[in-house]
Design a protein around this ligand. Sequence first.
Ligand code: GDP
Length: 297
Amino acid sequence: MAFEGLTSRLQKAFRDLSGKGHVSKSDLRKTMRQIRLALLDADVNFDVVRKFVRQVQDKAVGANVLEGLNPSQQIVKIVDEELTKTMGTKAVPLNKAKTIPTVIMMVGLQGAGKTTTAGKLALRLKTAHKAHPLMIAADVYRPAAVDQLVQVGQQIKVPVFQMGTHHDPVDIVKAGLAQAHRDHNNYVIIDTAGRLQIDTKLMNELKRIKALAKPNEILLTVDAMTGQNAVKTAKGFNDALDITGVALTKLDGDTRGGAALSIRAVTHKPIKFVGEGEKLQDLDIFHPDRMASRILG
Ligand code: GDP
């Protein structure tokens, strides 16, 4: 289960504290150390952990928790608030174009779940927003990627524009956008190429697509299971493309929590969606407060 280790470590820290009749300064220091180690073991970015613990400590001192009636409960509340804040405080909706179509460019490394998330998003837009999306298959390096998107489109009854794998992705996107205009699709989701690692060639291609398509949303898909690597990936894509949001996948797995807790703080870009399974229905809006409650267990 996601966050399992982090949840039990935090709960233990709070339990140790609530077991005391009187909480001393040194008890509080011990709790802070437990929280810090729990976060580091959950693969949360080092700077994020340092800032987090300092904020909790400052708030605890500011609120005079040691003088209060129930110090441990107050600490739990402060940790809850800080977790929520670290993850962005509020859910951030998808950007929307003033005139249709809203263009969403999906980017990410191979295997992160980009194509699946494109399908999940199309399904969500169709059902929750009564939208008419068009998906564009612009990953020309893996023939299977085009087929995969076409299959996903068939499953959810969303049209997929594709020109096989022998054209420049920029030309494919251009033709796809022209079709969307003709057909009055109000959303366009572009599935771009993923590679095993960030390289200049990949980024240059994505920059060319971005320049042509002028997307309202550049949504980076990252795999929560990869912890700090997910954060590095997010930073790399953001530096090159100025992404607008993140879809964090595989939160149904036993991820430790590092990615969910670090991405916003490191990139200053919101996590907008979480993937919680392989099925196309398994996409949720990311709510920082609910995620904080889930982490606290
Ligand atoms: P892409 O290479 O980034 O386009 O990745 P795919 O969309 O092909 O996904 C790679 C694998 O991850 C597939 O087996 C997906 O079913 C799986 N996957 C994607 N999102 C999730 C998720 O949220 N949870 C789980 N458990 N698996 C996922």
